[in-house]
Design a protein around this ligand. Structure first.
Ligand code: ZN
Length: 110
């Protein structure tokens, strides 16, 4: 849902007066005096932070996967086909997890 809201920085004037008494175009609304409501309810920094967490989680998971995979490889010595299959499956799971997480977040944010 999107709606125009009066800019909180300049109170809808589109201009702000800085410490030197000099009037300047409001940086929050670029002189329009209003902002899209969606930007207030959904700050970009929040979704970026969540994306960062998802990425860290995915790569952390991959790191654990590699560690377990390497240990299993040393212990059981898989054939080349099985090694490739396990590696491919591991990446597929990681990518799928990341995509579903982003989709899940996108659906719950709107
Ligand atoms: Zn403004």
């Amino acid at each position: 849902m999107e709606e125009d809201l009066v800019c909180q920085t300049c109170n809808g004037l589109g201009r702000i007066v800085d410490n030197n008494g000099k009037a300047d175009i409001c940086e929050s609304c670029y002189g329009l005096g209003y902002v899209k409501g969606v930007y207030h309810s959904k700050p970009l920094s929040g979704s970026k932070l969540r994306l960062k967490r998802a990425l860290v989680g995915t790569f952390g998971g991959l790191g654990i996967f590699y560690a377990i995979f390497l240990m299993a490889l040393i212990k059981y010595s898989f054939g080349p086909i099985l090694t490739l299959t396990v590696l491919l499956a591991g990446h597929l799971v990681a990518v799928t997890f990341l995509v579903f997480y982003i989709l899940y977040r996108a659906l719950h944010d709107s």
